[in-house]
Design a protein around this ligand. Structure first.
Ligand code: BDP
Length: 328
């Protein structure tokens, strides 16, 4: 059979239709991440997206934008809520403004240990938070680990709350953290993560607080070489998909996304534990003076006014605070 021009043209159209058809509803997601590419959160998010793409046969593709190039966390939370950004991994610390229930994990010493935090976040307390997040347009897929946050600064080791007196300390964007520093007589400055290195270097602030991997990956240790193991905050993080993206999925796709979220959470927690140990080695090798604080009771006691003010101003949060506090 000889091909006429028309046949060739028609076949080309048919072929194009066949190739394009399964992808007609293809999704191309954008993911927000604040961390550098080589970081447990980043690897978790990449693994999530890769699994989703593979299991949906390419119907859902996506790209993770690392290092906060899509904006600061408070802005990104709004963008995910509006469905402009499709997925993200957020620390729950600056989440309280959008989702008041999230503040419960920003209360100092609310968790008894990392292990208890994992169990709580995988159990009823985590479910309560997921419901609150969903009400605000954020579908929680899993709670990532961010370890415990400790103080670091450029002046000297912190052993007691009195050592924080008069110190200028950068905190994440949340009044709870401002009150936390004030309770020890320090001056807190809420500031975006990306600005902390320069502010430490130029002595705009004397110190900050974070977990070992963030202290190390940002090179904050180079300009604030005293790391004091206060472990005053254990704030989990959450992998979320925007409600808008979620509702655009078929039930089968939702199941794939859910399972990939769970798998990436397990992977991230493993990578986290490894990275924490490695980061401590890196900073010690670089000459950072790390001091343990064996008795944390004075710090816990100093935090009483933070709880008092919070519960007086937010009596409706008493139930969720108790749910977390009483979880064994
Ligand atoms: C890191 C969190 C990140 C926060 C950052 C901060 O993983 O989400 O933005 O702390 O202190 O540990 O701002």
């Amino acid at each position: 059979m000889a091909f006429s021009k028309f046949t060739v043209f028609a076949s080309a159209i048919t072929l194009a239709a066949v190739v394009a058809a399964p992808m007609a509803n293809a999704k191309d997601w954008r993911g927000w991440n604040i961390h550098v590419e080589d970081y447990p959160v980043s690897h978790g998010m990449e693994a999530f997206m890769a699994e989703v793409t593979e299991k949906t046969g390419g119907e859902i593709k996506g790209k993770v934008f690392h290092q906060g190039v899509l904006g600061s966390q408070p802005d990104a939370i709004e963008q995910v809520r509006l469905g402009i950004i499709d997925f993200a991994e957020f620390n729950l610390g600056p989440m309280g403004q959008a989702v008041p229930e999230a503040n419960v994990v920003s209360l100092p010493f609310i968790f008894k240990s990392i292990d208890q935090m994992h169990r709580a976040m995988d159990g009823a307390p985590g479910e309560a938070l997921s419901t609150a997040l969903a009400d605000k347009g954020l579908i929680a897929l899993g709670y990532y680990d961010a370890g415990a946050r400790s103080f670091y600064n450029s002046k000297g080791p912190i052993n007691t709350p009195a050592d924080v007196e008069g110190m200028k300390v950068r905190v994440m964007n949340n009044d709870l953290f401002v009150n936390m520093i004030a309770a020890m007589g320090g001056n807190a400055t809420p500031m975006a993560f990306a600005e902390v290195y320069q502010s430490l270097k130029t002595n705009v602030v004397d110190g900050a607080e974070n977990n070992p991997p963030s202290y190390e990956s940002t090179a904050h240790y180079e300009v604030a070489p005293f790391y004091s193991m206060s472990e005053h905050l254990i704030i989990p993080e959450v992998l979320v998909v925007s409600k808008k993206a979620w509702e655009g999925l078929t039930p089968e796709q939702q199941e794939i996304v859910k399972v990939a979220g769970k798998n990436s959470t397990m992977l991230q927690r493993e990578l986290w534990a490894e990275r924490e140990a490695k980061s401590m080695e890196v900073v010690k090798a670089a000459g950072v003076q790390v001091n343990m604080i064996e008795d944390k009771t004075p710090f816990q006691e100093a935090m009483a006014p933070v709880y008092e003010t919070y519960l007086t101003n937010n009596p409706d949060m008493k139930g969720i605070v108790e749910l977390f506090q009483n979880f064994e």
